[in-house]
Design a binder for this molecule. Structure first.
Ligand code: ATP
Length: 218
């Protein structure tokens, strides 16, 4: 499903923060990636989510080599991957209602017609009940906003979900609810998962296998 080979990536020429890292996620597999703060996990997650072009190495997604990143990536590749970040406040437009946040990728891909049904379906999956979908980010908690960000990541039915510290800022019951929503989605779709974090107990319980960052360098 996803094959990252000898990835070197960073933010300044000649100063990589990820060096020669390889990681593969098989179809339907859930892989956890563990490592200390600042080691480069989020950078690798962004490479995997086609959001950050690596300086070196190859990314293969569903058997096809990735040659373009961000908006330049072909739509079929972009929509294969859904991504959820640590901070929902940074990831959600504060002017939009939660239902518009969830629907953003559908509107962006011209699938307006599916919006209502799909948003309601996902609100049920992630546990956004009552009038929460009609509120704006400043009217909901971090956990509720993260539920909306997870729903947005799933709205185009990705075959790979990348969760970058998705639950790091949340309490135990919201964490459990979000993990359960991801697992229900994966059961229904056989999607793969790359979950990045530093909570070993969580990732070992959640994933088929968890890799230590230090084991990944060539
Ligand atoms: N946009 C950026 N510009 C410049 N440097 C960055 C940028 N983002 C991250 N870095 C640097 O890259 C290194 C790796 O950061 P990254 O966020 O990938 O690590 P991480 O393992 O995910 O950390 P954490 O667990 O704390 O989120 C750090 O030294 C960080 O300061």
């Amino acid at each position: 499903m996803l094959d990252l080979k000898n990835i070197t990536a960073g933010y300044e020429r000649g100063r990589p923060v990820v060096r020669e890292v390889s990681l593969a996620v098989a179809p339907g597999e859930a892989v956890g990636l563990l490592g200390p703060s600042g080691c480069g996990k989020s950078t690798l997650a962004r490479v995997a989510a086609l959001l950050h072009r690596p300086d070196n190495g190859t990314v293969t997604l569903d058997g096809a080599l990735v040659t373009e990143w961000r908006h330049r990536a072909p739509r079929a590749q972009r929509t294969t991957v859904g991504v959820v970040f640590q901070s929902p406040r940074l990831a959600a437009d504060p002017r939009l209602r939660l239902r518009e946040i969830v629907a953003e990728p559908l509107r962006a891909t011209g699938r307006q017609i599916e919006v209502r049904e799909r948003v309601d379906e996902l609100a049920d999956l992630v546990g956004l009940g009552g009038d929460l979908l009609n509120r704006r980010p400043h009217e909901v908690s971090d956990g509720q906003l993260q539920r909306a960000c997870l729903a947005r990541a799933l709205v185009l039915r990705p075959r790979l979900l990348v969760c970058d510290e998705m639950t790091a800022m949340l309490d135990a019951s919201t964490t459990a609810a979000l993990v359960a929503a991801v697992e229900r989605y994966r059961r229904e779709t056989t999607a793969s998962l790359l979950a990045v974090g530093h909570d070993r107990t969580l990732l070992e319980r959640w994933c088929d296998r968890a890799s230590e960052w230090t084991e990944l360098s060539g």
